[in-house]
Design a protein around this ligand. Structure first.
Ligand code: SF4
Length: 380
């Protein structure tokens, strides 16, 4: 595929996308594609091409790139291995609609785990279960905006899914109709996003004022109603110095969450355009992340560092004791939007690390990983 660009402005260049082969002569590459250019694109165009390659790699994680160049095979309606993350988890994005505007939102039309209708969602469940999925994660957008969510949960239970997790921003739970929908879904676990200790920080990250109080009320109401509630805290440049204070705030709630899941902003979705404004270097972020994890532990909030969107622990081996439990029967491998480095085979954590986002390496390079040889060899 060839795309002629910029000719009208006298700076014409050609962008091409092709199936991957053994050639190394490409500007960017994924497992199944090569992306390159001819001519002399301006720096802004090269930046856009890097962003495009990052998005394509993310798309490869959830769909087979071999179909991109041969559209006779329908990609939808099947359950790719990647859709069942770690082989046991089916993650379904039931809507892109949302009442928040997070800086790092990774929902878009291009994500493969987006289900467009109730029929499509129901049709995915049985094949996923047959392929070994045991957990269903309902995400969005804001999944509680979807009227057919209870039907999907009910069908999943009939098929024997062991656990249903609902990811929500929690803000709409004050509405009786939405609360009732939650009661019908009756998830085993709720993951409620809270990205700061004050309304100002939450607003900077999630795009609107007035979000913190409804989130706090939602946590308390859900815990009081008997739900297992985890808070999702995504560390980014805007909130990273407030990680510990966020834990302090959560601990003061009359019914605090039972767990806090920490992750770091991933170079995908809206965060690509934000770039360095929102994605900090891991070297900058690690002490802040650690201080949030340690404060949460001290306050009894059961912190866990999410593997896929966490931080490689060679940056700070002290992070290792907070990592998600390792499931030797279902290793994650290295997803197509991440990569390992030449130092990784020496690393004591290699077997349980899914690598570094390629988009992150595009942004900041490899130096901070290569400069930590002692950490690579540390025995866990
Ligand atoms: S396997 Fe590689 S990226 Fe992962 S912690 Fe070890 S050195 Fe870092």
């Amino acid at each position: 595929m060839l795309f002629e660009c910029g000719a009208a402005h006298g700076a014409g260049f050609t962008v091409w996308l092709s199936p991957a082969d053994n050639s190394s002569r490409a500007f960017q590459r994924g497992q199944g594609f090569l992306l390159g250019y001819r001519g002399e694109p301006p720096p802004a165009a090269l930046e856009a091409l890097r962003g495009l390659a990052t998005r394509l790699r993310a798309l490869e994680r959830t769909t087979s790139a071999e179909h991109w160049f041969d559209l006779r095979e329908p990609a939808r309606g099947t359950v790719s291995a990647a859709l069942i993350y770690g082989q046991t988890r089916l993650e379904m994005r039931v809507t892109l609609r949302c009442n928040e505007r997070c800086l790092f939102c990774n929902s878009s039309e291009s994500v493969e785990n987006l289900v467009a209708s109730e029929e499509e969602a129901l049709a995915l469940l049985a094949p996923a279960r047959n392929a070994g999925a045991e957990m269903l994660v309902l995400t969005g957008g804001e999944p509680l905006l979807v009227p057919w969510l209870p039907a999907v949960a009910q069908r999943a239970r009939e098929l024997g899914f062991r656990r249903i997790t609902l990811q929500t921003n929690g803000v709409l739970l004050a509405q009786s109709k939405v609360w009732e929908r939650l009661q019908q879904v009756r998830p085993d676990e709720l993951l409620i996003s809270v990205h700061g200790p004050t309304d100002q920080i939450v607003g900077e990250v999630s795009g609107l004022p007035g979000l913190l109080e409804p989130k706090q009320k939602a946590i308390v109401a859900c815990v009081d109603a008997g739900y297992r509630v985890a808070v999702s805290f995504v560390l980014c440049r805007q909130n990273m110095t407030h990680a510990a204070a966020t834990m302090d705030m959560l601990a003061t709630l009359s019914a605090p969450p039972q767990m806090v899941a920490f992750s770091c902003v991933a170079p995908s979705g809206a965060a690509i355009a934000q770039g360095r404004r929102t994605i900090p270097t891991m070297t900058e972020a690690a002490p802040q992340l650690l201080s949030g994890l340690q404060r949460a532990e001290k306050l009894g909030l059961a912190p866990v560092l999410v593997e896929y969107c966490g931080m490689p622990t060679c940056i700070s081996p002290a992070l290792r004791r907070f990592c998600e439990p390792f499931d030797a029967e279902h290793p994650l491998g290295v997803p197509s939007d991440k990569q390992k480095l030449p130092v990784c085979p020496e690393c004591a954590w290699d077997h349980r690390c899914s690598g570094i986002f390629t988009g992150y390496l595009d942004l900041y390079g490899v130096d901070e990983f290569m400069d930590a040889p002692a950490a690579h060899r540390e025995v866990p």
